[in-house]
Design a protein around this ligand. Sequence first.
Ligand code: 2P0
Length: 351
Amino acid sequence: MVFQATTSAPVNIACIKYWGKRDTSLILPTNSSLSVTLDQDHLRSTTTSRADPSFTSDRLWLNGKEEIVKDGGRMSTCIKEMKRLRKELVEDKDPKAPQLSTFSVHIASYNNFPTAAGLASSASGFAALVSSLAALYALPCPPTTLSLIARQGSGSACRSLLGGFVAWEQGSQSNGLDSHAVQVAPESHWPTMHALICVVNDAKKGTSSTSGMQRTVETSPLLQHRIKHVVPQRMIDISKAILEKDFDSFARITMADSNQFHAVALDTSPPIFYMNDVSRAIIAVVEEYNRVAVETTGKVKAAYTFDAGPNAVIYTEEANVKEIIEMIVKFFPQQEKFKDPFGLFGAQGLG
Ligand code: 2P0
């Protein structure tokens, strides 16, 4: 009998950014965050997990290359937690169920986009890992429960287990049981919302999110202001904007939060720079585009956001997608060799 399951999970792009942990081993954040899960075929991790009594250890291959599963590391924690759930929820209840929790697993995962280039590969990667083990172990768990485990792989991964508009509630318990993802609205709620992915640079980033954010927690006074006085209200306001499909408010909050996240990175000692000159030029172009839109309609039409890297994501509604792509291509002519190398330069529909 073969015990194997394959599932995939998409990346998510945060509008309210997660940056900072209050507990680094359980991965509990210093603030809540909110993201949009992209739902098309680009930017996904696909993971196959197999359990077999002949396997002698848990092993993992990422894009075809074996990675060490370190004892006590994040990968090993996720696998261990999933085996614990299998035992508790399936095997202890049904003694005839195959004792898969006692077998080692082999896991193979592929990203269809550049790994660790600020395109949230750890988010889709750990979400796909947890969902493939949940399928392998036939766990009767809602995505919220699985998000508690994906969170321990990589914080942002907890948000990729749900579709549409997803909040990661920071929670207040020290055991982390209330620090999980919740869906604010499904993708069908706002099908005209699109995310344009602009790959500025697909090289591996200089400062990893994990080490960068802890340096920020240790050294940035601005982070303390952000987590106490800014993010809580923004979480309320952006959730309302999403529920009311109020693009103008959604966009203004998203841009302000991206800018504050990068300000907090700059406020870190030594400072962290994730955006480059092209990123800043994209901000200038979108700001000018919005200035004209506000003059004519009173509302902005696009929102840029940047994660821990120079690549831009531009949120907009369907009616503006063509115009914005044409504008970006005009201001940032693509060298032939960089023309859509990963098939990413285009609209990611959410509908
Ligand atoms: C986010 N980022 O909310 C923010 C915005 C980057 C900038 O979540 O240490 O890779 O694995 O929990 O999840 C990147 O952080 O960090 C991230 P760990 P993770 O999407």
